[in-house]
Design a protein around this ligand. Structure first.
Ligand SMILES: [Fe+2]
Length: 176
């Protein structure tokens, strides 16, 4: 049994380390953007587009929170503040602003598709930099990515619950 498997067996958790968890987030959101792209030329796909845009916004909100609250502070402690982390902070702020703008729009709005496309470009840039530069540095550093992954996975479940509740509670109570 590998060191990682031993760790997860001991704590009864899942087997994703921090980098696997973040990479899976990246793949999930890339998939959603691809599905959105495929709908762009379809007539009458507004409700599917809205659904996908909402899923993209949820995924990105949770992902940026996980990185800012847990992953970056630990990464900075391990390998120091890299330029890529400063860039990531700027990218996160820009993505947050874009998510807020999209949340206030309808798929019929003229700029809706364009905003999703700009957000997709920003996210792809973030993914390329993180997976190409930051993750390899951290993997070489022999930090405990398994324990970090467990912590992030727990926080991910909490954030997912909070975000889903924030989105749906106003509709259930008639205040949405
Ligand atoms: Fe990321």
């Amino acid at each position: 049994m590998s060191r990682k498997q031993q760790h997860f067996a001991a704590i009864g958790g899942n087997e994703q380390d921090a980098i696997e968890l973040l990479t899976q987030d990246h793949n999930r959101v890339k998939d959603l953007f691809e599905k959105f792209e495929m709908l762009q030329t379809e007539e009458g796909a507004e409700s599917d587009k809205l659904d996908l845009a909402q899923q993209i916004c949820t995924e990105l909100t949770i992902h940026t929170k996980l990185e800012e609250e847990i992953f970056y502070p630990v990464a900075i402690e391990e390998i120091g503040q890299l330029d890529i982390m400063d860039e990531a902070a700027v990218e996160h702020a820009a993505a947050r602003e874009m998510v807020e703008q999209l949340a206030a729009m309808a798929p019929e709005d003229e700029c809706f598709d364009a905003k999703v496309k700009v957000l997709q470009d920003m996210v792809e840039q973030h993914i390329a930099e993180q997976e190409g530069k930051m993750f390899p540095r951290l993997q070489k550093n022999r930090m405990d990515l398994a324990a970090l992954g467990e912590r992030m996975s727990r926080r991910r479940r909490e954030l997912h619950f909070i975000w889903t509740w924030a989105c749906w509670a106003p509709r259930w109570t008639g205040r949405g």
